[in-house]
Design a protein around this ligand. Sequence first.
Ligand code: PHE
Length: 454
Amino acid sequence: MTTNNRANFGSKLGVILASAGSAVGLGNIWRFPYMTGEHGGAAFILVYLGCVLLFGAPIMMAEFLIGRRSQSNTARAYQKLAPGTPWRWVGRMGVLAGFLILSYYSVVAGWTLEYICAAGLGHFADKAPADFVNFYNSFVGHPWLPVVWAAVFLLITHLIVVKGVEKGIERSSKLMMPLLFILLLILAICSVLLPGAGQGIEFLLKPDFSKVDSNVLLSAMGQAFFSLSLGMGCLCTYASYFKPDTNLPKTAFSVAIIDTSVAILAGFIIFPAAFAVGIQPDQGPGLLFVTLPNVFQQAFGGVPFIAALLAVMFYILLALAALTSTISLHEVVTAYLHEEFNLTRSKAARLVTGGCLVLGMLCSLSLGLGKDYTLFGMTLFDLFDFVTAKLMLPLGGLFIALFTGWFLNKKIVREELTNRGTLHLRIYGLIIFLLKFVAPIGIAFVFINELKLL
Ligand code: PHE
């Protein structure tokens, strides 16, 4: 058994903020806005909220209870709770998903480092909106610069993971999360006040349901799983560090609310600003990196020092938010290799970092030099995003819901969700209903609908 000496998070707030630290990241501030932009705005957001409530929150509770009960890495968790059954493949698929996500996520995380430097060195001063588009395109298409930044980001993640992260994650999350929230709020206010912002606000608030097709459903569902770090054992691993008195349903709701608020706030920063400066909302992955420097320029350009300072602060916080997520992704794979293959922790971490570096390099190149090489009509970068967020995570979520709703002993489920009967949980029946029926049928429905179209 490798469960002795398992570390615990120190406080209830620490538990919530560390889990929120894994959840809040590029998914909220980079991926959510461009997905919303590509899928028509408010209608996408409503479908997304539905997915968070009906699938996300209950599946997060399920991951929490599996992790805390088993006190293990995600692959071993299923082996412990369901010995000798194929359920262990759910854990293994999660580990693979984590590895693939980390590879392309590090590339985007690396972009934030370039933007910190560019903003800090004053490269954004006096630039017109079109210049930011060019800056982004020439940077992302550069043959080696983004690869170097991705490597730097992976290296930082590596060093933290090797050191062991319990205290580090908890302490840094406590400081960073509130700071990020305040800065996002300030930026959202600036963006909404820009002349011509009204169209962007309307885009966020006025749903056009004619835009909702099966692709929107799949994208919103994938985004919910990605943003909440669900379906691949990340929160399951964190929950193995929870104390027996951690209130699992309450923690899950808090994390879901924090995560969703950050995403919506990011929307209120990006779209009003994008419309104000005439940038199309369906730009894809470049949206955040093109519109935000514009917000700083337009709102504070008169005082270049303030504009640069705010930009640097924002990209530092974005990098840190990404870092708490990359740590959680790296930790899932490292813990698995370390515990299941008897490798030392540092050797396991080296393998993960090395593997991600190679895949990340290919992903990055696929946006520039290798643009013309596609698989199933997608660049490698898009393919990784599609396979993980839209296939592996929802599929993982489906199995987690089935495992908890149907397979796992009801006594265990009740004990964990109510802390052995000490919590009065009025919505217990509802949670079980969602896990047993709504989440599995809903996820299966979205898959089937999409596959019919293929
Ligand atoms: N939730 C993280 C984000 O939004 C990404 C992530 C996905 C992290 C899956 C861990 C597991 O940026």
